[in-house]
Design a protein around this ligand. Structure first.
Ligand SMILES: [Zn+2]
Length: 259
């Protein structure tokens, strides 16, 4: 049977009022477990902000080296290909920088060494808004997504407190907002009307993931039809997120401002 899985960010339960649209931040940092996670979760939001003058920065925690269903694929080649794809996607979004921390795909740990490195990145870039995986999302299987969530939350706390790593050149930094994607209980939507095309451009840059993640069969004689179907699934997901806040297309998050 052909795989037609849900997109990485699935349908979401809602447990209260849903707010809409933060003010455009001067700077934003998105922290994803793998190359492609940020583009799936918030590509439209990042593109809209970047077009309005935000400095948008990506951190990719792992090397994505297990992102192939081909048992004979060389993990080193997969990783270098995925890094190039993520860089291309970030250019489509209009991002200012991409930082690859290079942890082994599937083996990310939310430990103290990892926390220190991510804290240094946050303090260096000093983003107004941080976006990352929701570590409290239930029934999620992939360990990197859980651990990326913990690592992000822990590093935001460490970055804000001057007694963590006082030896760092960059002083403490407290972001104004944390937007958690794949949210267990979303309460915030960023509107994405008009930004589907740019998000699609970013997602389609991740060619190595067509079969395993996008549900696009790259060997199909009608690749254009496969891409159209994929676009339909992305649009349907953005419509379901947008419906939470009565907009046509959106991206849903859990918003934390008490940082
Ligand atoms: Zn991922």
């Amino acid at each position: 049977m052909k795989r037609r899985s849900g997109l990485p960010v699935g349908d979401l339960p809602v447990h209260g009022p849903v707010e809409r649209d933060l003010p455009i931040p001067a700077s934003a940092l998105v922290i994803g477990a793998h190359p492609d996670d940020a583009d799936f979760a918030c590509g439209a939001t990042l593109a809209r902000w970047a077009s309005s003058g935000s400095a948008v920065h990506y951190v990719v925690l792992t090397d994505g080296s297990k992102g192939s269903w081909d048992p004979s694929a060389d993990p080193t080649e997969v990783a270098s290909r995925r890094e190039a794809e993520q860089s291309e996607a970030a250019r489509a979004i209009g991002a200012s920088s991409v930082t690859f921390l290079g942890y082994t795909d599937g083996e990310l740990q939310p430990g103290l060494t990892e926390r220190r490195r991510l804290t240094a990145v946050i303090r260096s870039l000093r983003p107004e808004v941080v976006l990352g995986h929701d570590p409290w999302r239930r029934y999620r299987l992939h360990p990197d997504h859980r651990n990326a969530g913990w690592l992000t939350v822990d590093a935001v706390v460490a970055a804000r407190d001057p007694h963590f790593y006082p030896e760092m050149t960059d002083g403490s930094h407290r972001p104004g907002a944390l937007l958690l994607f794949e949210a267990d209980e979303p309460d915030h939507v960023e509107t994405a009307d008009g930004w589907l095309d740019v998000k699609m451009e970013a997602l389609l840059a991740h060619r190595s993931q067509y079969l395993s993640t996008h549900g696009i069969d790259p060997s199909s004689p009608d690749l254009a039809a496969e891409v159209r179907e994929f676009r339909g699934r992305v649009e349907a997901q953005m419509a379901s997120h947008g419906a939470l806040a009565d907009v046509a297309l959106g991206e849903a998050f859990r918003l934390i401002t008490d940082i």
